[in-house]
Write a protein that binds this ligand. Structure first.
Ligand code: CO8
Length: 251
């Protein structure tokens, strides 16, 4: 994965620029119909699979239904011989503001661990075709992790990357502690994960470098599940939903 700080606009060009492609796109289902994403094929040869996260009221929060649909669309593009690369994007305001906190709020440790919560959420990282994230606005928590699962990130001027899980009493659960370290270096990654502070596209590009990927993702997932055994994780998510400051008790 590499951060490229340049306008995501070229990847987000509206289909108005290519009416012929629009016609091709309208006839394309890619496994749809979908509730949470928009899917079409773009490009002069209809060889770009285009997926736009589309939950504007929730800032594209990654609910289970959205992630299931995303997996289906990726499967369809992977199987489509015409498609050479895939672009994944959100809106001007949000690529994705994280996993859906309202969906996670009342989950228990037993449900997370026993049900292997999030096990299917890494489909993007297993797609064989190149996947490009076109990011603007918030790419937070699972949204940042989703972008980092892609092969290349094109970040717009309004892009903000962050792992704010600590403010909810939990930790990143889909590669944040592992891929972020490799993307921006250990020091900045530690700072982001321990403070919840965000960085913009320019900071991300300046800090970018690659290390070898290790086994850490599995360990991270288990530790993420373990935060669901704490009262503070419940309090952090409940406080967000109730629009108040969290009162953590260190247990
Ligand atoms: N989940 C659910 N709903 C959300 C989320 C979210 N992550 N983010 C925003 N929303 C909702 C808000 O609740 C609000 O809905 P409503 O109007 O019904 O109250 C709506 O989106 C708009 O949000 P705000 O009013 O808060 O908009 P602001 O512009 O004031 O603030 C922020 C935007 C800063 C992005 C703010 O919404 C925020 O802090 N959101 C939470 C960010 C966050 O903590 N993300 C991490 C979530 S935990 C996580 O991602 C764990 C990852 C696990 C692995 C995932 C694998 C892919």
């Amino acid at each position: 994965m590499a951060f490229l700080c340049r306008s995501a606009a070229s990847l987000l060009k509206s289909s108005r620029a290519a009416p012929a492609v629009v016609r091709a796109a309208r006839g394309y289902s890619a496994g749809g119909p979908y509730e949470y994403i928009l899917v079409e094929k773009r490009g002069e040869k209809s060889d770009v699979g285009f997926i736009q996260l589309n939950r504007p009221k929730a800032l594209n929060a990654l609910c289970d239904g959205l992630m299931r649909e995303l997996g289906e669309a990726l499967d369809a593009f992977e199987a489509d011989g015409e498609v050479g690369a895939i672009v994944l994007t959100g809106s001007e305001k949000a690529f994705a503001a994280g996993a859906d906190i309202k969906e996670m709020q009342n989950r228990t440790f037993q449900e997370c661990y026993g049900g292997n919560f999030l096990a299917h959420w890494n489909r993007v990282s297993t797609v064989k075709k190149p996947v490009i994230a076109a990011v603007n606005g918030f790419a937070l928590g699972g949204g940042c992790e989703l972008a980092m699962m892609c092969d290349i990130i094109y970040a717009g001027e309004k892009a903000q990357f962050g792992q704010p899980e600590i403010l909810l009493g939990t930790i990143p659960g889909a590669g944040g502690t592992q891929r972020l370290t490799r993307a921006v270096g250990k020091s900045l990654a530690m700072e982001m994960v321990l403070t919840g502070d965000r960085i913009n596209a320019q900071n991300a590009k300046q800090s970018a470098f690659e290390l070898t990927l290790a086994e850490g993702n599995r360990l991270e997932k288990r530790l993420f599940h373990a935060t669901f055994a704490t009262d503070d994780r419940k309090e952090g998510m409940t406080a967000f939903v109730e629009k108040r400051k969290a009162s953590f008790q260190d247990n």
